[in-house]
Design a protein around this ligand. Structure first.
Ligand code: SF4
Length: 328
């Protein structure tokens, strides 16, 4: 199932044909068409994921805590996101969200209805991931007379990643937080202190590492165990107080911002401690410093040679004495 270019609108009439019903269901949520969430099907999860236009792409900021590093490597343009039609659809959905929130939520609720029915037919557990490429506080948006979509669908488990520390704190405090909405904090190059605070408070933190496909992730990060987040995107059943390790993919493989935590030196591939937050190993940094120092020395030497030999001060004194005698 792919994203559609049509803008979500509140439906005033019931779709009459099966085709029309299916077309309507596909307006917002993507189900079973996403390599990220489809892995969960092997574990009995059926995930509906919503992709909006991230950060300021639509003209409205959908990621309050986006960073230069995450915007640069955002998965928004990976996979089908590389198609201009998909980008157009995500922007259209975001405009619909902005222009008519209650209509948008009604359409989303209809999609969740469909997800729930399909999961029941397939004897699977329905999961909703509404921030596929956004960081929207869904817990604050009412729908169908309920406080939020989680309350409207108590049999669906929702989960999301967030870079918003205030949302994460509310989730961890579990006060007025929907019991069927699970958040995982997302580390960036700017929020390491928040990430560590979340782990200490028993929350989970997702971290992209420079680990190659097929290679083992680090066993721990600052003493917190790392679990393999690439096995499945379904986060609701994760243990608590763990790092969700992800292998950098697509543009993230070339990250230079520090968003991706390096486990090997970018220059020589020697192992480095992920906690160091370094891009290169000490040996390569030293070698680079030495090369810079040698280049500066060589440039100074070349400049000295270009200026020619320094004048002898004794010759200068003799010249001065001669000129004074001539004047006398
Ligand atoms: S916060 Fe997430 S969705 Fe938003 S720009 Fe960053 S990586 Fe993309």
């Amino acid at each position: 199932m792919s994203d559609h270019t049509s803008v979500a609108q509140p439906s005033t009439t019931k779709p009459t044909t099966t085709k029309a019903r299916k077309a309507r269901r596909r307006e917002l949520l993507s189900v079973g068409a996403d390599p990220k969430t489809v892995k969960g099907e092997a574990f009995g999860f059926l995930t509906g994921i919503l992709y909006l236009a991230p950060a300021m792409l639509s003209g409205r900021n959908m990621c309050s805590h986006a960073t230069d590093g995450c915007r640069e490597v955002c998965l928004n343009t990976s996979g089908k996101g590389a198609l201009s039609s998909v980008q157009t659809a995500r922007i259209a959905k975001t405009h619909a969200f902005t222009a008519d929130l209650s209509g948008f939520m009604e359409t989303l609720a209809a999609d969740i209805d469909a997800l729930e029915r399909k999961a029941a037919r397939l004897s699977m557990r329905p999961l909703g991931r509404l921030n596929g490429t956004s960081d929207t506080p869904w817990e604050n948006i009412p729908v169908r007379g309920k406080r939020n979509i989680m309350a409207a669908f108590p049999r669906v488990t929702f989960y999301d990643y967030t870079k918003n520390p205030a949302r994460m704190r509310r989730f961890l405090a579990a006060r007025n937080w929907p019991s069927n909405y699970v958040l995982t904090f997302s580390r960036s190059e700017c929020n390491q202190a928040d990430a560590l605070a979340v782990l200490r408070a028993g929350g989970n933190v997702a971290i992209p590492f420079s680990t190659r496909k097929g290679a083992a992730l680090p066993a721990s990060w600052f003493g917190f165990p790392v679990v393999d987040g690439d096995v499945s995107d379904a986060r609701p059943d994760d243990s608590r107080g763990v790092v969700i390790g992800l292998r950098a993919k697509g543009k993230a493989k070339h990250d230079t911002s520090g968003f991706v935590v390096r486990v090997t030196c970018a220059t020589c591939d020697a192992p480095i401690r992920p906690e160091d937050g370094a891009r290169d190993c000490d040996a390569c940094l030293d070698a680079r410093d030495d090369a810079v120092w040698a280049a500066e020395e060589a440039a100074e030497e070349a400049a000295r040679e270009a200026e020619g030999p320094e004048p002898d001060p004794y010759d200068a004194w003799l010249d001065r004495v001669s000129s004074l005698r001539g004047a006398a």
